[in-house]
Design a protein around this ligand. Structure first.
Ligand code: ZN
Ligand code: ZN
Length: 302
């Protein structure tokens, strides 16, 4: 299977439009060895023709323009995107759906809770239905599997993760299973597997099991420290409070990944994270731990 990282940044991207933090400011002024990053999304395919889009970021237009394999091939209107899977209803993962309104019916796979958010607090599905048909396909949240007719040779296992629904969700303060999911993608013919979870607040036993059984991990790389946003004076919220395990420190992602055999790649990197600087000390620590940092355009062949 082939996995294309369309966007490796967290919400806001890198640099973020209004941010003057050490990273954003240095990248903008060419004072840093690092790459700009668009917001969180990947595409996966087993045949390089038919693609599943996982999350639809506000940057989707530029992401598709940068990726010839998913562009129109035949007829007047065409796309390699045959279905869309949403892991939650967050702005940076769903706003891009609005950019796909010119298309044929959209086959969107997401949990019941995500569907509810996208027809109430953030009614993207309702809005889209005035332009194109939205076919919602419910997905399991107990780790069981499903396949998608137009995407050959791939099987998906989806499971609820402990997390919070977005601020605009009617059940923001009343967490439900399915507000956020992790997904294992398996190529049926080869048995190769990848685990994708750009938001991981807590390493639940089933998450550890997933990490132990796959060939490649694409997991939460949002923050380096738990108080990254607090210490910069950007927010009062700590990483763990908003569903992101920091990389450093006790029980952090580096510690968690120690001993995991799979190829390890961090994704969904916030613009404040020092690992965005390829020459940083933090980046050297990741290198030493055998952990990679995703970038836009990275392709993984499994
Ligand atoms: Zn996000
Ligand atoms: Zn910034």
């Amino acid at each position: 299977m082939k996995i294309r990282v369309l966007g490796s940044g967290a919400g806001g991207g890198f640099p973020q439009w209004n941010c003057n933090c050490n990273n954003c400011q240095r990248l903008r002024h060419n004072n840093m060895n690092g790459k700009a990053r668009t917001q969180s999304s990947i595409a996966v395919s087993s045949d390089n023709i038919n693609w599943l889009l996982i999350n639809a970021s506000p940057d989707i237009r530029a992401q598709l323009e940068a990726f010839p394999a998913i562009q129109p091939k035949e007829g007047l209107r065409d796309t390699g995107i045959k279905a869309i899977l949403l892991i939650d209803s967050q702005i940076d993962h769903t706003t891009g759906l609005l950019m796909l309104r010119e298309g044929k019916p959209l086959d969107i796979y997401c949990s019941e809770m995500v569907k509810q958010d996208l027809t109430s607090g953030f009614p993207v599905f309702t809005m889209l239905s005035h332009y194109c048909t939205v076919n919602h396909h419910p997905i399991p949240i107990d780790g069981s599997s499903f396949t998608i007719p137009a995407i050959a040779d791939l099987r998906f296992y989806t499971q609820a993760l402990k997390s919070k629904a977005p601020p605009y969700s009617p059940h923001r303060y009343d967490p439900h299973d399915g507000d956020n999911i992790g997904v294992i993608i398996e190529q049926i013919s080869t048995g190769k597997k990848v685990f994708y979870s750009p938001g991981l607040g807590e390493i639940e036993p089933h998450v550890m099991d997933a990490m132990q059984t796959v060939d490649c991990l694409l997991v939460d790389g949002t923050f380096w420290t738990n108080d990254e946003m607090v210490s910069l004076g950007i927010s009062q919220k700590r990483a763990r409070d908003i569903g992101h395990l920091p990389q450093s420190g006790e029980g952090g992602m580096i510690e968690v990944l120690n001993g995991v055999q799979a190829r390890k790649i961090l994704i969904h990197i916030n613009n404040t994270n020092p690992i965005l600087d390829d020459d940083s000390e933090q980046r050297k620590l990741l290198d030493a731990a055998g952990i990679e940092v995703a970038y836009d355009g990275l392709e993984i062949d499994l």
